[in-house]
Ligand binder design. Structure first.
Ligand SMILES: [Zn+2]
Length: 150
């Protein structure tokens, strides 16, 4: 298992919980400087009727609350799916040090697929990006969710 495997497994568990509750199964974990888990969240858009309740935003908010500061430059966000434009913007706003994601999102991804918001040289902060971690299970949880709905 890679360096990020344990955190991605936890993000996957949060994704599965979200899917079981009727939300698109995406999960995110924020690791602190020492690698300990600061926050875990799943997508809650349906449950909260909140268009901004993506897993990444919820995990960043919880991690910032835990640390008592908005700046997360010593933190790593681990997420099962490539972030969208909103979440990529939130990562930059939080000054997240490292982003790790699993599956690519060819329809909405804003870190590689459609845009590259987090590495745009015009912005004042650029997280390190590690992609394709546990891409098989990260894709499978989404594919299974949408297959069940058809
Ligand atoms: Zn998002």
């Amino acid at each position: 298992m890679s360096r990020w495997g344990a955190a991605m497994s936890e993000a996957l568990a949060a994704a599965r919980d979200a899917g079981a509750a009727g939300d698109v199964p995406v999960g995110a974990v924020v690791l602190g400087r020492d690698g300990a888990v600061l926050a875990t969240a799943g997508n809650r858009r349906e449950r909260d009727a909140d268009p901004t309740a993506h897993a990444e935003v919820l995990a960043l908010r919880a991690a910032a609350r835990a640390l008592g500061r908005w700046r997360l430059d010593d933190c790593t966000l681990v997420v099962t799916l490539e972030p969208c434009t909103m979440c990529a913007g939130a990562l930059v706003a939080a000054r997240v040090g490292t982003l790790v994601f699993g599956a690519f999102d060819p329809r909405a991804g804003a870190v590689a697929s459609l845009f590259d918001v987090v590495r745009d040289p015009r912005l004042n902060h650029r997280p390190q990006v590690v992609s394709g971690i546990m891409v098989g299970p990260c894709s499978a949880v989404l594919d299974g969710f949408f297959a069940d709905r058809r």
